[in-house]
Design a protein around this ligand. Structure first.
Ligand code: IVH
Length: 677
């Protein structure tokens, strides 16, 4: 790029970045996602590197991080708080490792640590004689803000460390963040009491730490992971990063227990992939993995470049948030008639995939967001969760933006839509006998993996069959012929035969799956399993009144009412009877399980079990009240021995303890109502 063009682009970037910094840090109303900000920032830094003479004092690159606000005292960091270089592929990580190796006199001594890159706010804690003396934000890396009184309200930050090996003065660095669950609970409460919810956990953590009234900070669910030593006065000379973290743990500082020492690139990548898999269930937001050279001596040999260490790098995951435009809002009809508004979006790449729809849950959510058709919105796709609209960027609302109203008629059957007083969800007032959308959704649910598990009966096929009046109820599925199916669009003789075979196979099921497949409102997989276990057979369940239904685990009056209503409906009973008449079947009769059958007994499992895992076998025994022990003694009641059983079997024979093989064990379990499928 020629100098003139570069100067112009740099000016644009500076203006844009400073504008967004202000919106984020001062107004608490960002207009772009973090990843979009980062892209602009990276472009600025790259362009400045090509044209160092064009770097200006007001360039955001000159202050990395938040604008130090005037409201807090300034703190000069004794050692600068750095940021991290980043990479997004194994190749880039491999290049980084090679660069480290190239710079070291003894690269063979180098190993690495991997740990989650927590998406929160960096904070430094200074401990003097064990007492928390000061806490500061990173600010521009050189100068931060004194937020001691706010950090003192975070319960996981010790105000005093008790140990006889504490250095007299040292600084701990880490990330303050809000756990996912706490974030959702906080927002639910905020919405319920008419307050402004947090945009995301990171923004919420930053805002909470910037409160001038620390009582407000104290009411926020903040916590902290400590991840490095800033500096230390006095005798402590750890040799590795993992030793530092272990010492922190022993002193009572909160550290992340997913830190791992790894040897090489392959092990780093294995960690990166495993953590990405675990990302949705960690309980806190991360945006990648931090990989550090473990040996502190090698860290100092590698040193830093301006604001980044050479000895650490962040492997970044795809961003989970992005901004896009809402092109339309449509209303979908669910299996139980629930009406769900769905935003149709201008397609955007987020969380590693292209997203063009986001759920809006219900009208309350639309009201809370203040959403109009045409709005620019922040969306979030975390893990495999359905994409959500997080917030509306009101400053970007186009003039022709349209408010969103609940339609008065069901988009599928035209029946009136009702909004029950005590429910957030609006519903189609017709039953599934009238409303094709409900029927389709019910049949999709019936065919789904955790229900009847009908291989090859996908959503599109169900829709086509209902539209062409091939099926109305689940029982009709089992009357389909190969010819009928083969005549459908995109179906051949072979796939039709496959579907008929899959339908035939699906007839052999379990009572729990069958109950779940019926799609009774409020009856999920777990409740269906509880009902099957409790009643043992279908007739008893169908005949049960609400009192006896409430005896079942996790079934309260509302759920009991829904189940009783379902079976009181003559159409529903006809469908159930039809399915059974078509040959849908389960191990009959499923005996009612006696949870106390083996109470007080100790069982031992030994040898190889071929039809179940050791863990499953153990769980089934525990469900019957038994204790499962690893060794045989005079107190053992029963041994289950598979092939390869050795000393335990010998001991049992010696002590005259009864032994059964796996086949007898399975027969025993089934006889006592345990589902061994
Ligand atoms: S090490 C120079 N470890 O990432 C070493 N940083 O982009 C930098 N962060 O400002 C700190 N989790 O706020 C380190 N496990 C972790 C981290 C972590 C999150 C943040 C930190 C830092 C930023 C760098």
């Amino acid at each position: 790029m020629v100098a003139d063009e570069a100067a112009q682009r740099l000016a644009e970037l500076r203006r844009a970045l400073n504008y967004h910094l202000h919106r984020y840090h001062v107004l608490d109303a960002p207009e772009i996602a973090d990843a979009e900000y980062d892209r602009l920032f990276d472009e600025l830094v790259a362009l400045e590197a090509e044209h160092p003479d064009l770097v200006t004092v007001d360039s955001p690159s000159q202050r990395v991080g938040g604008a130090p606000s005037d409201q807090f005292d300034k703190v000069t960091h004794e050692v600068a708080m750095l940021s991290l270089d980043k990479c997004t592929s194994a190749e880039e990580l491999s290049d980084w490792i090679a660069r480290c190796e190239g710079r070291l006199t003894d690269p063979g001594a180098m190993s690495f640590t991997c740990e989650p890159k927590i998406d929160g706010v960096a904070v430094a804690l200074v401990y003097e004689q064990g007492v928390l003396a000061m806490a500061a934000t990173r600010g521009d890396g050189q100068t931060g803000e004194d937020i001691t009184s706010n950090v003192r309200t975070i319960k996981s930050v010790p105000l005093k460390l008790e140990a006889d090996n504490l250095p007299p003065r040292f600084e701990v660095r880490g990330e303050v963040y809000i756990p996912t669950q706490d974030f959702h609970e906080f927002n639910e409460r905020a919405v319920a009491s008419g307050e402004k919810p947090m945009i995301n956990p990171r923004n919420g953590a930053a805002g909470s730490l910037r409160q001038l009234d620390s009582r407000i900070t104290a009411s926020r669910p903040l916590t902290m992971f400590c991840y490095s030593l800033g500096w230390v006065d006095g005798g402590w000379q750890p040799e590795t990063h993992s030793q530092v973290i272990e010492q922190f743990r022993q002193w009572g500082l909160r550290v992340n227990d997913r830190l791992e020492e790894v040897a090489d690139l392959t092990a780093c990548m294995a960690y990166v992939e495993a953590l990405q898999e675990a990302r949705p269930s960690l309980g806190y937001d991360i945006d990648g993995v931090v990989i550090k050279v473990n040996q502190l001596a090698l860290q100092s040999e590698l040193g830093n470049v301006t604001r980044k260490p050479r000895w650490a790098i962040a492997f970044k995951y795809p961003a989970e948030e992005a901004t896009t435009q809402v092109e339309n809002v449509e209303f979908q009809v669910g299996r139980t008639g629930s009406i769900t508004p769905v935003a149709r979006l201008e397609p955007v790449f987020v969380g590693g995939v292209t997203v063009s729809n986001a759920t809006l849950h219900n009208m309350d959510e639309i009201a809370r967001l203040g959403l109009h058709i045409g709005d620019r919105v922040m969306i979030r796709r975390a893990g495999d969760v359905i994409p959500q609209v997080v917030s509306v960027i009101e400053s970007k609302r186009p003039e022709d933006a349209q408010p969103i109203a609940l339609p008065s008629a069901c988009p599928s059957c035209g029946s009136p839509i009702v909004q029950p007083e005590d429910e957030a969800v609006a519903r189609c007032s017709a039953s599934h006998n009238v409303c094709p959308a409900q029927r389709k959704e019910g049949l999709k649910h019936f065919a789904s993996r955790l229900a009847m598990d009908i291989d090859g009966l996908g959503d599109k096929l169900v829709e086509q069959m209902v539209d062409e009046a091939l099926i109305t109820h689940a029982g009709d599925l089992y009357r389909l012929s190969v010819e009928q199916v083969a005549a459908l669009e995109r179906m051949g003789e072979k796939s039709a035969q496959n579907l008929i075979d899959a339908l035939e196979r699906s007839k052999a099921t379990t009572l729990a799956k069958f109950i779940y497949a019926l799609g009774i409102r409020e009856v999920g997989e777990a409740t269906a399993a509880n009902l099957a276990r409790h009643f043992g057979d279908l007739e008893q369940l169908m005949a049960a009144d609400t009192d006896s239904l409430e005896q079942v685990d996790d079934v309260g009056p509302i759920v009991a009412g829904k189940i009783a209503d379902f079976f009181a409906d003559a159409d529903n009973r006809r469908v159930v009877e039809d399915l059974v008449a078509q040959g849908v079947d389960w191990p009959q009769p499923e005996k009612k399980r006696d949870d106390n059958l083996l109470t007080g007994q100790t069982w031992v499992l030994t040898g190889t079990l071929e039809r179940m895992t050791r863990n499953d076998a153990k769980a089934m025994l525990v469900a019957l009240g038994a204790k499962v022990s690893g060794s045989v003694s005079a107190k053992t009641h029963q041994v289950v021995a598979g092939p390869g059983a050795g000393s335990k079997l010998a001991k049992a024979t010696e002590l005259d303890i009864p032994v059964m093989d796996e086949e007898a064990f399975i027969a025993f379990l089934e006889e006592h109502g345990v589902d061994t499928l």
